[in-house]
Design a protein around this ligand. Structure first.
Ligand code: MSP
Length: 640
């Protein structure tokens, strides 16, 4: 068995559906868990649901259900969401699990016997959203006595309660935090916690009597255990504490509790003190990340400004959503979510940089090397430097991941992708091939190796794209089955082996009418000679790759009045092109025509249909005609 790695997410309240903010923590934990598994660790990745407490009880009442019926429904949906996001958790704990209830009661009893718990009268303020108590001074500091995080009024609580002696362990905890700089991270959060403890800890009220949906205090069944004590205990109940000590000792202490910053005090103060009182070792690290905000405010169910991750996945694809969430915000800081930034990331990083690199490389090899991976030829300084950049990527990604800079790891991978695109521009492999220069083989082979390395390095973050890249490169084994260290090796791709098909793995997301006026037929075009047409240079014109294409099939796009889906023979391949010409042509009229296609236009999804290129057409008033060639000319011929 490899070295163990135990990682947890918070257990989410089963009070409603989860949003992209919760998915943020879970996706980050998933990427770390996958990374550690690939590095050979024996990983236990735990997530789950926090199902007791006043908030859940009230929601259930409102829904006309028993609390258990209510949470069962929510938990099923949460699990469904984790399936949609392909979360690779190993354990899912529910605080309504029988074993968990017994563990919590055991902990309560033990602390009571140790006299770390005592009973006293209690009067305080309470926010049901946070499930937290606030002192008089804290409550008065909130404008209108309204919780700033949840926007709901605090409630007055007056009960006979049990208290936990946090104060008794204050100095011991402070000494531990000071002696272990890695225990609470990031650094700024660690400082906050130190300051807070130095201000003096008050004993914590850990039972409630005014509602019933909770775990009963073992020696006083009129009281239920405060939901946070119940919830925090999940991290040890899930791995067998206290009955299965062999299992427990295998995983405990936890390597990483990943949480959002608003629950840091519970994890950096209350939880360690519970463990100290139980004579158990403390977790190795608690890392509090920032918030995903929407419109400048924390996304939260209570505030009602939430984004459903499942909707994003069906609209943009799983890997794009996973990539965006992990790449966009520096891990630890706050970040703003907008759909525009999601689309911008997809188009710039995934469709343009990564997608085009793969497409350009594979189609070049298909065309120029009879579909076989070329043998590398002589190597010059540019090639050497590029190879070094590829070989160094593994170390750079690991360094970032080990420091929990998940966004930084992705940045490193995408920097390599950008470097590869630049390498193509620097070396112009088409020209090398045309001139019979043997360095063509070097460049083409190095690009394949680079793409393989990128695919391997992307595995902790993306779940579908690495295999698609591998397939397109013609790799016969799955990328997923390859050892992680492969990404630091050179010479894995086999010269002479068949390359796969060029694939569009990340289609561009069009935010407006996708096609240019002629093909789209959606916009008015300007008559020649009128208005201000900007001049372009001959080089700019040459950037456009126009080819003769023979239409071999055409059909309407379902649900779209203006669109036809064409299959166009381009000599070396058949491409699907969507054109906005359905109001001007019956599909069968087009079959056999030799049209002009812009073949190097970035691929796009138009009404959910993939379009790879654009058919030129001329329009005048209500008339639109496709541009054809005069006479017989082979499909694929260049138009210049
Ligand atoms: N049940 C408690 C946690 C108990 S852990 C022993 C709880 N649940 S929660 O459903 O409110 O989830 C809180 C966690 O969800 C945050 O700590 C964070 O990990 C994640 N997030 C919820 N909203 C978030 C954002 N808007 N942004 C980032 N993370 C967010 O608190």
């Amino acid at each position: 068995m490899g070295q163990k790695y135990y990682i947890t997410t918070p257990i989410y309240y089963a009070s409603g559906d989860l949003h992209i903010g919760h998915s943020y923590t879970t996706l980050a934990a998933d990427a770390l868990a996958r990374y550690k598994r690939m590095k050979g660790y024996d990983v236990y990745f735990l997530t789950g649901t926090d199902e007791h407490g006043l908030k859940v009880q009230r929601k259930a009442e409102k829904a006309g259900k028993t609390p258990k019926e209510f949470v069962d429904g929510i938990v099923a949906r949460i699990k469904e969401l984790w399936r949609t996001l392909d979360i690779s958790y190993d354990g899912f704990i529910r605080t309504t699990d029988d074993h968990h209830r017994k563990t919590v009661q055991h902990i309560f009893q033990t602390l009571y016997e140790k006299q770390d718990i005592y009973k006293a009268a209690y009067e305080s303020w309470y926010c049901v959203g946070c499930e937290s108590f606030y002192t008089e001074t804290q409550a008065r500091s909130f404008p209108g006595m309204i919780c700033p995080d949840h926007g709901i009024p605090l409630e007055r609580v007056k009960e006979e309660s049990y208290f936990f002696r946090l104060s008794k362990y204050q100095d011991k905890l402070l000494a531990h935090i000071e002696a272990n700089p890695e225990f609470i991270q990031p650094q700024s959060r660690r400082n906050e916690v130190i300051q807070f403890i130095k201000g003096g800890l008050e004993d914590l009220c850990i039972s409630r009597t005014s509602f019933t949906w909770g775990i009963p205090v073992p020696f006083d069944p009129e009281s239920v255990v405060y939901v946070w004590i119940d919830a925090l205990s999940n991290y040890i109940s899930a791995i067998g504490y206290p009955d299965d000590l062999e299992r427990f000792n295998r995983w405990w202490p936890c390597d990483l509790h990943l949480i959002g910053k608003e629950i840091l005090r519970f994890h950096a103060i209350v939880w360690p003190i519970i463990l100290m009182a139980l004579d158990l070792p403390l977790p190795k690290q608690v890392f509090a990340h920032g918030w995903l905000n929407l419109g400048g405010k924390k996304m939260s169910k209570t505030m009602g400004n939430v984004v459903d991750p499942a909707v994003l996945v069906s609209k943009y694809g799983l890997d794009a959503v996973r990539y965006f969430v992990l790449r966009e915000v520096p891990f630890g800081a706050d970040g703003d979510y907008t759909e525009e930034s999601l689309v911008a990331r997809i188009n710039a990083d995934l469709a343009n940089d990564l997608g085009n690199l793969l497409y350009r490389t594979v189609s070049m090899i298909k065309r120029l090397s009879h579909g076989k991976i070329p043998s590398p030829g002589p190597e010059n300084e540019i090639d050497k430097r590029f190879k070094q950049a590829c070989l160094g990527a593994l170390g750079r990604v690991e360094e970032q991941m080990d420091a929990l800079h998940i966004d930084g790891a992705l940045e490193e991978i995408m920097a390599l992708v950008a470097r590869a695109n630049k390498y193509i521009d620097e070396t112009a492999p088409w020209a090398l091939h045309k001139n019979g220069d043997p360095r063509y083989g070097t460049v083409a082979y190095y690009l394949c190796e680079c793409l393989r390395i990128v695919a391997e390095l992307l595995r902790p973050f993306m779940v579908l794209a690495p295999e698609k890249i591998g397939e397109s490169l013609g790799m016969t084994e799955t990328i997923g089955g390859r050892p992680w260290d492969d990404a630091g090796r050179w010479g894995v791709m086999i010269p002479g082996q068949d390359i796969g098909e060029p694939r569009v793995i990340f289609p561009r997301v069009e935010t407006e009418a996708p096609q240019a006026p002629a093909a789209g037929g959606e916009k008015e075009s300007q008559p020649a000679g009128q208005g201000s047409t900007r001049e372009i240079t001959i080089e700019q014109f040459r950037e456009m790759d126009l080819r003769v294409g023979k239409v071999i099939a055409a059909e309407r796009v379902e649900g779209a009045t203006k669109l036809l889906k064409l299959q166009v023979d381009l000599g070396t391949e058949v491409r699907q092109v969507v054109a906005g010409i359905a109001q001007h042509y019956a599909p069968e009229e087009l079959v056999g025509k030799r049209v002009i296609v812009v073949v190097n236009l970035a691929p796009a999804q138009i009404k959910g249909v993939l379009s790879r290129g654009m058919v030129l057409a001329a329009s005048s008033g209500d008339t639109l005609r496709v541009v054809t060639v005069d006479g017989e000319i082979a499909p694929g011929s260049k138009v210049k």
